[in-house]
Design a protein around this ligand. Structure first.
Ligand SMILES: [Zn+2]
Ligand SMILES: [Zn+2]
Length: 638
């Protein structure tokens, strides 16, 4: 008779087989009411699952991430049930859980309209309120194929046909609706309390563009209404900050159909910001003891065979091009080029570490469906650098990279960092000794900074352990940014060497690191983080000079020229428009400072200064303004 071990270490003995729900009831009525599923060892099961043997069991509630997933997955079934009731001719396919929600793909000729979504959502609420029990049934595989064929569900039948014949299939029934599913599910539909359908999009059957197009309905589901509201509010806020919209409004960048997807055009105002970012990056790196290299965009395919990319990275690489009876490869990475620079001469242990940076533009294949503004592109510039060092220098080099990372990201207004350390996976190259040493060095470097981190055991690349730094933006979203990756593989493949103190040939350690990751993506994150309200040091236009009438034109031109001479990014607006209209327009362009010039200012040689937040700073002379702006630029908005 089963003994059930619970997460707190206690055990409960039962005289007969019990369900997960029975165990929850035995612990307390509150827990029985809250139970959504059970977790036996590492397997999720329904609350009605019968326990016959000794097991370790955790009761899963909405407080557990798994519990929220069960709610979301059950909401997908509820969606399918509502669609089948309202559109009996629709065929169901798959309905998985995704971040914050779920989707379900339907085959239906007529496109779903926004009114359809409202009706479906209303029906879902009724079905949830009816609190229908969700019951698991088991069927033989062939019987299940026949069953779904009989229902006219060709897609479901096709999915089941791909399951081995000898397997039993589990089905979940709620009311009239039955779906193929591994489970687990909530005990009854009433447990889905807070959800919303968000949009419809096209999706190919089995993700293959040769197949027919299905309609995918997306939804979000949460344990309670408060969490749902908070999430919807965050979506609205994210839409308000969408870098694609702000990028167009502020004329920062574009992606042109004529040129192709995933290729970014930086417009003059965007390029101004990029230049500020790059200049700052070079300055910081120079101070941190880096040198810089510049390398080509293509290279003989043989190089990529030596590096191994032609083999293990080929899916992300464009097809090589032929010239002069040789094949040339557009670069997906900069690393082999820096290796070639290293190998061009013999290095001594005294030369190390060598730190070489490059704003290296690379091209990678991405499915067109995966492209997204600046966040997911085909051509981008990495703020790349490689450090070649001795084994005894790993820790100090990693400390240096972490210092630089934090200094760089903090300057852009990011303060919350999540750090991940990934260690040796299965099938790794390099000896245990070198992995142990390198991993310990990474760990010591993180700990010496007093930074908390998460261990991703076995999550490293096959060629070395790594540190990832993710940033949180102004609305709490997490973005992968910096990576510091040790590499025991490329130095081996390229037979890299240095001459040691005892005059032996030794292999250097290679560290790959990119702090922004991709300049394009970082720019996208930055636009959304600031919602386009760039601090003064980054603003593409820092000051706009506005005239009230054309009598001030000459004075305005003089002020404009003076400010430009001081190195400020200035615009001049002499248009014959009402001053209120001009102010509003430049405020919408998020220009930090507006200088309004009328007769009085011209007579006194002063400036009336306004900020984009609408604050009136009164009149001041050019020097007073310059002092203020200089201090603000130097503070980088902090
Ligand atoms: Zn399911
Ligand atoms: Zn690299």
């Amino acid at each position: 008779m089963p003994t059930v071990s619970l997460p707190d270490g206690s055990r409960r003995h039962f005289d007969a087989p019990v369900s997960v729900l029975d165990v929850a009831r035995d612990i307390g009525p509150g827990l029985a009411k809250a139970a959504l599923a059970g977790k036996i060892d590492d397997r999720l099961v329904d609350v009605r699952h019968e326990i016959t043997d000794d097991v370790t069991l955790a009761i899963v509630t909405e407080r557990d991430p798994e519990g929220v997933e069960v709610i979301r997955h059950s909401a997908a079934h509820l969606l399918a049930q509502a669609v089948k009731e309202l559109f009996p001719e629709a065929q169901v396919t798959i309905g998985p859980v995704i971040a914050n929600g779920f989707y379900y793909d339907f085959a239906l000729e007529k496109p779903f309209t926004p009114e359809d979504l409202e009706n479906i959502e209303r029906r879902m609420k009724q079905l949830a309120k009816a609190d229908l029990p969700v019951q698991r049934e088991v069927m033989a595989r062939n019987a299940a194929v026949e069953y779904f064929r009989g229902l006219g569900e060709a897609y479901k039948a096709e999915i089941i046909e791909s399951i081995p014949e000898d397997q039993e299939i589990s089905l979940y029934r709620q009311g009239e609706f039955v779906d193929l599913c591994r489970g687990p599910h909530i005990p009854s539909t009433g447990r889905i309390k807070a959800f919303k359908l968000t949009k419809v999009a096209g999706a190919y059957w089995r993700g293959d563009s040769n197949n027919e197009m299905l309609q995918r309905i997306y939804g979000t589901a949460w344990p309670n209404k408060e969490q749902l509201q908070a999430h919807l509010e965050q979506i609205r806020e994210a839409e308000r900050r969408d870098h694609r919209r702000i990028g167009t409004e502020l004329d920062l960048f574009s992606i042109q159909d004529e040129a192709g997807g995933g290729l970014v055009f930086w417009h003059p105002k965007g390029a101004r910001i990029r230049r500020v970012i790059e200049n700052f990056w070079f300055e910081l790196h120079e101070r941190a003891g880096y040198d810089f290299v510049v390398t080509p965009h293509i290279a003989n395919l043989e190089l990529w065979k030596t590096s191994g990319h032609a083999d293990f990275y080929s899916e992300s690489m464009y097809e090589p091009m032929e010239d002069d009876h040789q094949a040339f490869q557009l670069k997906p990475m900069n690393c082999p080029f820096h290796v070639l620079v290293y190998k061009d001469r013999l290095h001594s242990y005294r030369d190390l570490p060598l730190r070489w940076g490059e704003m290296g533009t690379v091209y990678r294949r991405e499915m067109s469906g995966a492209l997204h503004g600046l966040m997911r592109v085909r051509g981008f510039t990495q703020d790349d650098a490689h450090i070649f060092c001795r084994e005894d220098q790993i820790e100090s080099e990693i400390v240096g990279v972490l210092d630089l990372t934090l200094e760089l990201l903090t300057a852009f207004g990011f303060e919350d960092f999540d750090i991940y350390l990934s260690t040796k996976p299965e099938g790794a190259v390099g000896s245990d000794a070198i992995w142990d040493h390198a991993t310990a060095a990474l760990r010591a470097a993180i700990e010496s900074k007093g930074l908390p981190y998460t261990l991703d055991d076995g999550g490293g690349a096959f060629y070395g352990p790594k540190i990832d730094v993710k940033i949180r933006d102004a609305i709490g979203r997490q973005w992968q940014c910096s990576t510091v990756q040790l590499d025991f593989n490329l130095p081996e493949r390229f037979d890299m060497e240095y001459v040691s103190e005892s005059n032996e040939r030794k292999r250097p350690i290679m560290i790959h690191r990119a702090l922004f990751g991709s300049l394009e993506r970082f720019f996208g994150v930055l636009i959304e983080h600031y919602a386009g309200l760039f601090p003064l040091w980054l603003a593409p236009v820092q000051v706009t000079v506005l005239t009230i009438t054309e009598r001030q034109d000459d004075y305005a031109r003089q002020v404009y020229a003076d400010l430009r001479k001081l190195g400020l990014r200035v615009d001049l607006d002499l248009r014959n428009e009402k001053i209120g209209f001009k102010i509003r327009e430049h405020t919408l362009k998020r220009v930090p400072y507006l200088l309004v010039l009328g007769d009085r200012e011209q007579e006194m040689g002063t400036l009336a200064v306004r900020t984009r937040s609408g604050e009136d700073l009164g009149t001041m002379g050019l020097e007073a303004l310059w002092n203020r702006l200089q201090a603000e630029i130097a503070s980088r908005g902090h």
